[in-house]
Ligand binder design. Structure first.
Ligand code: KDO
Length: 334
């Protein structure tokens, strides 16, 4: 039989101290969970697959220690200003683009060039390749932004409110094509043969409706999600840019996490990107029919003409001069 010693006063005191300490530790770890808020702002709508994955996959995974808060439709910061907001310490996360990064780090313009990435898988391999390390390091050093994962946005196609068919870049002469705000985007519009007009994503529907612009370019899931089919007549399947976005987090915020939390955040971002990528690919494969059913003309133009014109425009441009030697060849060789 076990003989229990009577509890001494000293013993009771020690136990009480132990309980109090446990309560303090418990309270402080709870406080940590509540204290970490990961506020993301992005132009994507709440029903865009990237937003859905960030909320459902990323938000769920980090929930034990952080509150993920997604602010969509550029509701916190205007399109193109999220990176600065992170650099200034006013925002924790965003879904950014190579075109936005190219405003600060010109080398990123290589990913804004038409017909460079071949498909979603190529995009992923490029992001994971060793030659991306200096670009990621530069982003951290200059902007205090860590690029966690690459998200597949999709193949961008022309979507016009005009009815005249477009077969080659010459047919886009004089067409006012809405492009997002930065110079890299305007260059792509010109390389396609159009007259680019800068406009934030949030204003595109009205721009198309009122005729301020003749068209816009986006992947099919984005054009469906934003209901552009209600105010346009045709989709020209140029596939001129296999577009990407990066899941980006403030480096300061990331560095404040414990190593275990950092591992979870990284995995959560990779899983969210993979989930969105698969859904985006599935949607892309079936959406042409959706637009046809809406009464739109959906067709392929002369792809060789588009590809050769766009590639030539980039190779002759000042952008190409800023690409690190041999980078394009390495990307193509992957
Ligand atoms: C757009 O403004 O056309 C664009 O597709 C650019 C992308 O980089 C990205 O910002 C995207 O908009 C938004 O996430 C909305 O889908």
């Amino acid at each position: 039989m076990e003989i229990k010693e009577p509890l001494s006063k000293h013993h009771v005191k020690r136990c009480l101290i132990g309980v109090a300490a446990a309560l303090v530790i418990g309270a402080s770890s709870l406080a940590t969970a509540a204290d970490i808020k990961l506020r993301m702002s992005a132009p994507a709508s709440a029903t865009d697959q990237r937003a859905v994955a960030m909320t459902a996959v990323f938000g769920e995974a980090v929930a034990p220690f952080a509150d993920f808060e997604g602010h969509w439709n550029s509701s916190l910061f205007k399109q193109g200003t999220d990176l600065e907001a992170i650099a200034r310490g006013n925002l924790d996360m965003t879904i950014t683009s190579a075109q936005e990064l190219a405003e600060f780090i010109p080398e990123f313009s290589i990913f804004s060039a038409g017909y460079v990435h071949r498909d979603a898988e190529h995009q992923q391999r490029v992001f994971d390749a060793d030659f991306m390390a200096p670009l990621k390091e530069k982003t951290e050093a200059l902007l205090d932004v860590k690029l966690l994962s690459v998200m597949y946005l999709g193949r961008r196609h022309l979507n016009l409110r005009t009815v005249q068919e477009v077969k080659t870049p010459e047919d886009l002469k004089g067409v006012k094509l809405r492009m997002p705000g930065s110079d890299a985007w305007q260059f792509l519009g010109r390389a396609l043969g159009a007259s680019p007009t800068p406009m934030a994503f949030a204003e595109v529907y009205t721009g198309l409706q009122t005729g301020t612009v003749d068209g816009q370019d986006n992947p099919l899931p984005t054009s469906k999600d934003a209901k552009f089919y209600e105010v346009t007549k045709q989709i020209v399947l140029t596939g001129h840019l296999v577009d990407l976005n990066y899941i980006a987090i403030s480096k300061k915020v990331f560095d404040r996490l414990t190593v275990d939390q950092q591992v979870i955040v990284q995995k959560a971002a990779d899983d969210a990107a993979e989930s969105a990528r698969q859904k985006q690919l599935t949607l892309e494969a079936k959406l042409a029919q959706f637009f046809i059913d809406k009464g739109m003309n959906v067709y392929e133009p002369d792809l060789d003409a588009f590809q050769s014109t766009v590639q030539a425009a980039y190779l002759e441009s000042d952008y190409a001069k800023q690409w690190p030697d041999g980078l394009l060849e390495k990307i193509n060789a992957l």
